[in-house]
Design a protein around this ligand. Structure first.
Ligand code: FES
Length: 105
């Protein structure tokens, strides 16, 4: 799938997530350490929105049970989640943020 425009860079709070929809797919955007990352916006543990959690140390923390997911890989860094969440490709063009739902290679 091609890249789709989802928001402006400034719409994403520094060190805070922003939830968007790409088609029917929920995506959590994270701006941290000068980079923007996109993760599937559903926790792999119990299907709540990760974009309602907090960002720190390069991870997005699930608000419900506290698992943290590496924003680059989607892998959980601690329990109770054991499965990664998908990550998506991000492209910046000027102030515009684009996300592609196709798998990263
Ligand atoms: S729902 Fe996310 S860690 Fe349990």
């Amino acid at each position: 799938m091609s890249f789709q425009k989802v928001c402006k860079v400034q719409d994403i709070p520094e060190d805070g997530p922003l939830g968007v929809e790409v088609g029917d797919t929920p995506v959590a955007l994270v701006r941290t350490e000068g980079e923007i990352h996109a993760l599937h916006d559903v926790c792999s543990h119990a299907e709540v929105r990760l974009s309602e959690g907090d960002v720190y140390d390069g991870t997005l923390e699930c608000w419900l049970h506290g698992s943290c997911f590496d924003v680059r890989t989607g892998k959980p860094t601690g329990p109770p989640a054991t499965r990664p969440v998908p990550v998506y490709r991000v492209k910046i063009d000027g102030d515009d943020v684009y996300v592609s739902l196709s798998k990263e290679s």
